[in-house]
Design a protein around this ligand. Sequence first.
Ligand code: SF4
Length: 289
Amino acid sequence: MFINKGAELSRICKERSISIAEYTLEIEQEENGHSREELLLKMQKNLQVMRESAQEALLRPMQSVSGMTGGDAYKLHEYSKRQTLCGELVVLAMARALSCSEVNVAMGKIVAAPTAGPCGVIPGAILTAAEKLQKSDEEIILSLFTASAIGILIAKNATLSGAEGGCQAECGSAAAMAAAAIVEMMGGSPEMALHAAAIALKNILGLVCDPIAGLVESPCAKRNASGAINALISADLAMAGITSIIPFDEMVDAMFSVGRALPCELRETGLGGIAATPTGQTLKKKIFG
Ligand code: SF4
């Protein structure tokens, strides 16, 4: 069975000199009876869907079914060809994250990692980091197992649902998963990967879930963009040897207790936060009458 805590995971990986990705693959083989090759193949299919959804809305503007959002991934990608303030890597990561989000609300195919709302965070961050670092598909696939491990630990000890824990549980968890994955992809230790995940969670602690009209569009898409950047900066902080003063397991507990303390208006009901603003209410009326 997959272990329950990040500290145990770190200890086991250290004792056996294996990565989080290798540990996760081993447990998956034991629990589900799949061979290593079958699991890698399954993850390769996920990677392919991530790649396609991260690219699709860069090439042509995509609108959501409601008509409320869309076209931003295309705009950002076009803008990045002319100039960028933050640099090409950052802007491309954001554009890819937006693309997945736009494909999702246009009813296209995405990988819900860990759920559909933050589906752009992991592809935006990991694909862009992998491109810069010239990583092979095999290395990217392994990093997705690292991401899975972080997701499993958060799901076991807290929640991945905006309705239960706010957006910190969705975009925050996705950023934590991606940050740890990138650290392992860069050759960082399991301990460093857990620090990256803890930092990513800390950066977004308390973020509410407040989708306009209850649709997973706004603010979700832009939070995917910022989630991808959260993952990249958290990975860089950890790779520089910077640690999270609060360990990963305690960060997960803190995220869960903050989520439970949020009023229901701020947990995916579309009743609070930006959903409750005059503009949010007007948009809701326009969409639903
Ligand atoms: S705001 Fe809510 S619905 Fe949107 S991504 Fe965040 S958690 Fe999901």
